[in-house]
Design a protein around this ligand. Structure first.
Ligand SMILES: *Cc1c(COP(=O)(O)O)cnc(C)c1O
Length: 486
């Protein structure tokens, strides 16, 4: 019996299918504006995903047709110009190409003497320079800011524990470790604290001021109180762009505080750190270069496809201490494929690592950092435009300051609605289901808010006009239907 392979039997047919797929995906991206932002997969489509085990293959052509019919029409929607939910980047056509090229090479990135390691080294060197981190510092591309926060906080914990924590574990600690952030801190930080075995209560969530930035007096008091009561403060998490309102905290002042108190400064800059690329915004990040670790995403405000996160660490040796475990089968060799000594597996939790560096390297070379900076500024200007339109409209209400690219507002009606939360909840569902626009939602000081986070290089001001008109139209309709309410 002939030996088998997963390569095509007929390379010519596979080449033709590949060309068709590229053509169709280019058209798909080019025409995104003509489609609804989102549509729910109908029941009939959902049922197709309860198929029996595919024991025998059906071939590439039929499988591709199934993709076109059952998968492609039902995306999250974030490639669309009117998607502003959560914080999700748009992606780029060039990155679609890069991901295909990366998959063709299928490198084990960062651990071998190959080009994929050189590409990631190069990308990390660029990102360190952008963020003002030392060239000799550590860093790693990861899936996203959640993992970047986890990696940063792991190193913070291990470095500030006061004993060999990677070897001895938390059971050896005499005093419980505590860390600090505002109550606007992203849930991924709490998740990291939970995963790290510190217990979520170790994360002290402090009040914020009117700008939604951490109350620094409350921070100082909390650290002092924990010390008095026998706990061991080790880290402050500063926000560069909070998820709810886009607030950038005074990182410089927090760095001063951390230095005086001997605490690690970790910055969650998931999207906000990318403002470093926009000359007029860069000043707001003053002190970023003093952080011990920084988490940010290229897949949000860098517009790269998910997954593309990054963590930078001032002390590369500390990073290696947290993630390096020796193994005979991984020891560097004197030459050959295994001769790389600074293996990126020793910078983070993953051993096998995908070639996500390629899309970033190609994307930055293709478009340049200056253009990314202009797009980031464009999104900030668009958010200011939307906030102004909301402020000027008698039936809309701005619920929080909009200092960056996030706008929280609601349909308030005129005269003002008595129960705006319920109406706005319904309004958002209708808006999503209409396919016209996708903002998300949050709570701002107890009030339900429609939340627009613009990390979208396809958005135009006219798209925000469409949003305003549609929110007002739906708001009026819902109010009428609810009848008597004053
Ligand atoms: C999105 C976000 C995260 C988590 O990033 P992922 O890439 O989704 O893992 C963390 N912090 C903030 C402020 C965010 O906006």
């Amino acid at each position: 019996m002939a030996e088998e392979t997963l390569d095509p039997d007929d390379w010519t047919a596979f080449r033709a299918l590949s060309h068709r797929a590229v053509d169709e995906m280019v058209t798909y991206m080019q025409t995104v504006r003509d489609r609804p932002v989102w549509q729910a997969p109908p029941t009939e489509v959902r049922e197709r995903f309860h198929a029996p085990l595919p024991l025998e293959g059906q071939g590439a052509e039929r499988t591709y047709q199934e993709f076109l019919a059952s998968v492609l029409p039902y995306p999250t929607g974030n490639i669309h110009p009117r998607f502003w939910g959560w914080v999700m980047g748009t992606g780029t056509p060039m990155a679609v190409l890069s991901e295909m090229l990366a998959a063709a090479m299928n490198c084990g990135c960062g651990n071998f003497d190959d080009a994929s390691s050189l590409v990631e080294d190069q990308v990390l060197a660029w990102l360190k320079e952008v963020m003002g981190f030392p060239a000799g510092g550590g860093g790693l591309l990861v899936s996203g800011a959640s993992v970047a926060n986890l990696v940063g906080l792991t190193i913070a914990r291990d470095t500030r524990a006061g004993l060999d924590l990677p070897r001895l574990g938390l059971a050896a600690m005499e005093r419980p470790l505590t860390l600090y952030g505002s109550r606007e801190t992203h849930s991924s930080v709490a998740k990291a604290v939970q995963v790290l075995g510190l217990g979520r209560e170790a994360l002290r969530l402090l009040p914020v001021d009117d700008a939604y930035e951490v109350d620094r007096r409350a921070l100082a008091e909390a650290v002092a109180a924990d010390r008095r009561e026998g706990r061991q403060p080790f880290c402050v998490v500063a926000n560069a762009g909070t998820v709810n309102t886009g607030a950038i905290e005074p990182i410089d002042a927090l760095a001063d505080f951390c230095r005086a108190e001997g605490l690690w400064l970790h910055v969650d800059g998931a999207f906000g750190a990318m403002a470093a690329l926009a000359p007029a915004l860069r000043g707001r990040l003053r002190g970023l270069d003093r952080a011990d670790s920084l988490a940010f995403d290229l897949h949000k405000w860098g517009y790269f496809p998910i997954e593309a996160g990054c963590v930078l660490v001032r002390d590369a040796a500390a990073q290696r201490r947290s993630f390096s475990v020796a193994a005979d089968y991984l020891a560097p060799a004197a030459g050959g494929v295994a001769s790389r000594t600074d293996r990126l597996a020793e910078h983070g939790p993953q051993l096998s690592r995908g070639f996500r560096a390629l899309k970033i390297w190609m994307g930055l070379k293709d478009q340049g950092l200056a253009k990314l900076g202009r797009l980031i500024q464009q999104n900030v200007d668009q958010a200011a435009y939307l906030a102004e339109r909301v402020r000027a409209h008698g039936e809309l209400e701005l619920l929080a300051p909009a200092p960056l690219n996030v706008v929280c507002f609601r349909y308030a009606g005129r005269p003002t609605l008595q129960a705006p939360d319920a109406l706005n909840r319904q309004l958002l569902v209708r808006l999503h289901e209409s396919g016209v626009a996708v903002p998300s939602h949050t709570m701002i000081r107890g009030a339900y808010a429609l939340r627009v986070a613009i990390t979208n290089h396809r958005t135009r001001r006219e798209d925000l006009d469409v949003l305003v008109d549609e929110v007002v139209r739906l708001g009026r309709g819902l109010r009428e239907r609810s009848g008597t309410e004053a």
